[in-house]
Design a protein around this ligand. Structure first.
Ligand SMILES: NC(=O)NCCC(=O)O
Ligand SMILES: [Zn+2]
Ligand SMILES: [Zn+2]
Length: 468
């Protein structure tokens, strides 16, 4: 089966050019000047004139079915990967979880069981370490060597749940330095936050906005700085800060990068567009929709401006969603009368490609940076490059034909995520995902779904090819 994507503007990290993309089977076999007629019989031609042809999006931070706060994230691997496909994402990297007291391999086996036969697009795993002990450290080596899992997430937040202390973090970083893995860090000082939460509740401050107020930017910056220092002590263990939201934390990352350190960070669309006052501070319990950690930041400070700048200058390398949806009914409602019981998380896996493209429309990012932050750098950072993340011969034929003249209106009535609300209800995007191709198969065309559950493959990842 061969397919020709004809006459589109192919966008890569180093530039754009009008070209035809020839696909055979699951692979891209040529990127051709449009005046050249391929000498093979082409089964299907897709006209991409006037459209962008980009590598399929890679969302490097999702939590399908994640157990959290007494419930589980509402998207299954079936519903969540289908929604991702609609939005132009053809690979997710989800977080398998070792709960505190659990054997790492058992946590991993549980994630393989959840995903087997369920995914619509390709998928890989990071591993959350909820208990760093001698066995977990040995398991890290095995996961890197044998299981294609080359990144591990630790938490400086959530004492009693996933939290690691500084000694555990240092040991995990030393192990990663040896075996080549990347340490991903949820950088918030959870011990101090718990004090602030307790004090707020004692004062009767129970509304969702206090979730944000009790997680100040200073405590994100402190933890980010501490993680960077621990990584330095672990002989420059590669470190990746997840869901960075505060200017002060970004400044710590920038300082380390200026010193040539292997320190990287991602942000998420919610921090680029939504705020503490307008969303988390919505009247009554409405703000629960936007409870996530790190929290949305104040619009009266410079966070969003600084995050866009960080994306331009690569202090922020990637935009991921941290997709962790909970419905209002029965899930977010667990925190009625006590913000600390609202399950943490926002859904958005379907909208990342569009929302970052809006940054291009608004003059915040170049087309090349759009593609880099949503596809090419995630592939390089997490050991999937050049199989994924680039439109070039030999790579998987994961392609999105994106219409810059189309329009997308985000909302509950039209989205495909298993959520009873949208974090971006009514937002209008100038641009639209047209056709989505996953390993040579058209899975979305003009809003119609042609994929199927179970076609997504587990990807064993290599080591990061992004390190300095
Ligand atoms: N981010 C969030 O609020 N929920 C998902 C879990 C995590 O990434 O910390
Ligand atoms: Zn986190
Ligand atoms: Zn997360």
């Amino acid at each position: 089966m061969s397919l020709l994507v004809k006459g589109g503007t192919v966008v890569g990290p180093t530039g754009t050019r009008v070209a035809d993309v020839l696909v055979e089977g699951e692979k891209i076999v040529a990127v051709l000047d449009p005046s050249y007629t391929p000498r093979i019989t082409v089964n299907e031609v897709i006209d991409a004139a006037g459209k962008y042809v980009i590598p399929g999006g890679i969302d490097a931070h999702t939590h399908m079915e994640m157990p959290f706060g007494g419930t589980s994230a509402s998207d299954t691997f079936d519903t969540g990967t289908r929604a991702a496909a609609y939005g132009g994402t053809t690979t997710i990297i989800d977080f398998a979880i070792q709960r505190t007291g659990e054997v790492v391999q058992d946590g991993l086996a549980a994630w393989h069981a959840k995903t087997a036969g369920e995914c619509h697009i390709d998928y890989a795993f990071h591993m959350i370490l909820g208990g760093v002990d001698a066995d977990a450290l040995k398991a890290m080596d095995r996961l890197v060597a044998d299981e294609g899992i080359t990144s591990f997430k630790l938490f400086m937040a959530y004492p009693g749940v996933f939290y690691s202390d500084d000694g555990q973090i240092l040991r995990a970083m030393q192990a990663a330095r040896e075996n080549g893995a990347l340490i991903m860090m949820h950088a918030e000082n959870g011990i101090a936050i718990d004090v602030l939460v307790q004090q707020a509740l004692e004062r009767g401050e129970t509304d969702p906005i206090y979730h944000g107020i009790t997680r100040p930017a200073a405590l994100e910056a402190e933890a980010t700085n501490r993680a960077i220092a621990l990584a330095e002590v672990a002989q420059d263990c590669p470190l990746y800060i997840v869901h960075l939201s505060a200017s002060q934390a970004l400044a710590k990352v920038a300082e380390a990068r200026d010193q040539g350190r292997n320190v990287f960070a991602e942000t998420c669309p919610q921090y680029l567009y939504l705020t503490l006052e307008d969303q988390l501070g919505a009247p009554g319990f409405e703000g629960a929709k936007w409870v996530c950690s790190t929290p949305l930041r104040s619009k009266h400070e410079s966070h969003q401006r600084d995050l866009w700048k960080g994306l331009r200058n690569n202090d922020l390398a990637i935009v991921s969603t941290d997709h962790c949806p909970f419905c209002m009914k029965d899930q977010k409602e667990l925190g009625l009368g006590d913000f600390s019981k609202i399950p943490n998380g926002i859904g958005g896996v379907e909208h990342r490609v569009d929302l970052v493209f809006q940054g291009v429309v608004d003059g915040q990012l170049s087309l090349e940076r759009w593609v880099e932050t949503i596809a090419t750098t995630p592939a390089r950072m997490f050991g999937l490059y050049p199989r994924k993340g680039i439109v070039q011969p030999g790579s998987d034929a994961d392609l999105v034909i994106y219409d810059p003249n189309g329009a997308t209106r985000i909302g509950t009535a039209t989205h495909h995520m298993n959520m009873d609300y949208s974090a971006y209800e009514g937002v209008e995007i100038k641009g639209r995902v047209g056709t989505v191709i996953s390993r040579g198969e058209v899975i979305v065309a003009d809003g119609n779904y042609h994929g199927r559950k179970g076609r997504g493959k587990f990807l064993e990842r290599g080591l990061s090819s992004y390190l300095i």
